[in-house]
Design a binder for this molecule. Structure first.
Ligand code: PRE
Length: 104
């Protein structure tokens, strides 16, 4: 059923409306992530300047616990929220390591 001419126009309109919201949300996610990475880049510079380790497992544990609680109250799968945060943090640590390598 890939031929849209066979789909009920009210269904197509509803699908379009929902996809417009999805596109707006995806744009917001990209902008929020860009802001987050701007902050973490500054953290990376600060850590490199003061010879602090790129990763802070204790901080991560607090972030994960907090995010899992937020996810639960928002009816989002806490395991998914944890995986997403870990994915983002792994990238941040990679950036921190690159900054630290450049400072040596
Ligand atoms: O808060 C820090 O120390 C950071 O470097 C930021 C951040 C994060 O992305 O939130 C990344 C790496 C650390 O292990 C913990 C948290």
């Amino acid at each position: 059923m890939s031929d849209t001419s066979e789909i009920d126009p009210t269904v197509t309109a509803e699908l379009t409306r929902l996809r417009e919201s999805i596109d707006n949300i995806d744009a917001a996610v990209v902008h929020m992530l860009a802001e987050r990475f701007k902050c973490t880049q500054q953290v990376g510079v600060l850590k490199a300047e003061h010879q602090l380790p790129p990763a802070d497992p204790a901080r991560e544990a607090r972030q994960i616990a907090r995010l899992r609680e937020l996810a639960e109250s928002a009816k989002l799968d806490p395991a998914f929220a944890e995986k997403l945060l870990n994915f983002i943090i792994a990238e941040v640590i990679r950036h921190h390591e690159t900054i630290a390598d450049g400072a040596r």
